[in-house]
Ligand binder design. Sequence first.
Ligand SMILES: Nc1ncnc2c1ncn2[C@@H]1O[C@H](COP(=O)(O)OP(=O)(O)OP(=O)(O)O)[C@@H](O)[C@H]1O
Ligand SMILES: [Mg+2]
Length: 324
Amino acid sequence: MNNHIIKIQNCTVSYPSAKNGQRVTVLNDINLQLQKGELLALVGTSGCGKSTILSAILGSQFPTKGAVFIDNKEVTRVTRDCGLVPQNYSLFTNNTMLENAIAGPILEGTSLQERILFTPIVFLADLFKAQKILKLIRYSRIRDEALANAKEILRRCGLDPEKDGGKYPYELSGGMRQRTAIAQSLMMRPKILLLDEPFSGLDEKTRQEMLDLIYEQWKRYNITVVFVTHHVHDAVALGTRIVCLSQHWLDESGNPGQGAKIVIDKKLSGGAILPSEFVKSEEFTLLTESIRSRTIDKDNPLPIASFELTHPDAFKTKEQNNAQ
Ligand SMILES: Nc1ncnc2c1ncn2[C@@H]1O[C@H](COP(=O)(O)OP(=O)(O)OP(=O)(O)O)[C@@H](O)[C@H]1O
Ligand SMILES: [Mg+2]
C-alpha cells in the first residue's frame, strides 16, 4: 500500500495495425505514480500516446497490459474521481453556458423520466414565477442548487454567468468555451482533473490567463491535475512536475525502441506563484531552456540509460539505476 493518488503500473497499449494486423505498440511499459496535489505536465510529440494515458487514468480505455490505480483501487470504469476536459471542446452545442455547467449534477442527480417530464413544467413555472410549484418538484430543487453552484464556479473561472450564461457555445470565444468546459468539470468536484491540451487554439494572452486560471482552481480545490501540452513554456509555467513521453529511444542493445516511454520525469518549480508572475523570473527561463535543449526527436533518439528520471517518484529499471 502507498499513498499515491494515481499509480500507472507496467502499462502497455497496442493496437492491431490496419496494414497487416500485427500489433503496434503505442505505450511501452509505462510506470508513473503521482502524489495527491501534484500538477503534472505531460508533454510529447503528436501521436506519442498522451491522450491514451489520460483515457487510461479516466477509465474510458484499458491498457493492453498492466493496470491503473486511483487511491489504490484498480480503475475499471469511469467514475467521478476524475474530471476530463477533452482535447476538443466538450460542450453540448444545443445547451447554453449555464446549462452546460449544470449538465453533470443534473445527469447524475435526476432520472431520464424526471428530466423529460419536468423540464417543460419547470420552464413554465419559471416563466410564471410559480415559486410554490417549483419548490415541490425535486428536479427543480436539484436544478436550482446546481445553478447557484454553477454561477459561482463560472465566476471563479473568469466568466460572467449573468451576462453570458444564456449564450450557446457558438456565441462564445474559444477562451470562454475552454473556461466553461473547465467549470463543467469542476462542478463535479473531481479528485483528479485531466486536461488534454486545454490551451490549444488560444492566443498568447488568453493562454496565459488560462494558466493562471488552472493554477487558481488547483489551489482553491486542492485537486491533483494532469495536463497535456505541446508547449514547454506552459509545462514549466504551471507544473510542479514534468513527464515527457517519446517514441524515439534506444534500448539496452542500442536498437530503436517500440512505443513511447517516459524519457524525462523531473521536478519543476511551478505551483508556488501565479504562472504569469513565474514566467518573468530567471529561474523560469533557465528551466525552460534546459528542457528545450533535451527535446527528443526522430533524429536524436535517447539511449535508455540517459533518460532523465530525477523525480523522487520516477520509476527506473535496474539498468537505469546501475547507469546513474
Ligand atoms: N482506436 C485506435 N486504434 C488504433 N490506433 C489508435 C487508436 N487510438 C489511438 N491510436 C493511436 O495511438 C497513438 C497515440 O494516440 P494519442 O491520441 O494518445 O496521441 P497523442 O500523444 O495524444 O497525440 P496528439 O498530441 O496529436 O493529441 C496514435 O498513433 C494513434 O494513431
Ligand atoms: Mg492527444
